[in-house]
Design a protein. Sequence first.
Length: 104
Amino acid sequence: MSDPMRTPEDVLATMAAQRVAGWPDWHPEDYCHRCGGRNASWCVDSDRFNAAMGQPAEHRWNGIVCPGCFVELHEAATGLTASWRLVPDTPFRHTAVRRGGNRE
Ligand SMILES: [Zn+2]
């Protein structure tokens, strides 16, 4: 991810220019296109995604939202409140954190 100190407001203000320019400084999924917060690499079954976002032609925010926004949209669209399971996808590389916060 790029500069972690950017505010969501700054990200959203800059996002359109990045998109027009072909994402020269960011990966398009580094940030949520709805709230401007940092985004992780994640996925969910397409039926759940489409339940939250509508059919693919209807996807707002370039179809890129963070997990928190996805859950909010899913609840609003379906009326269902659920607990979500977050698990690492394979291959998963464990990165140990040493005392003092340094990664190995
Ligand atoms: Zn978001």
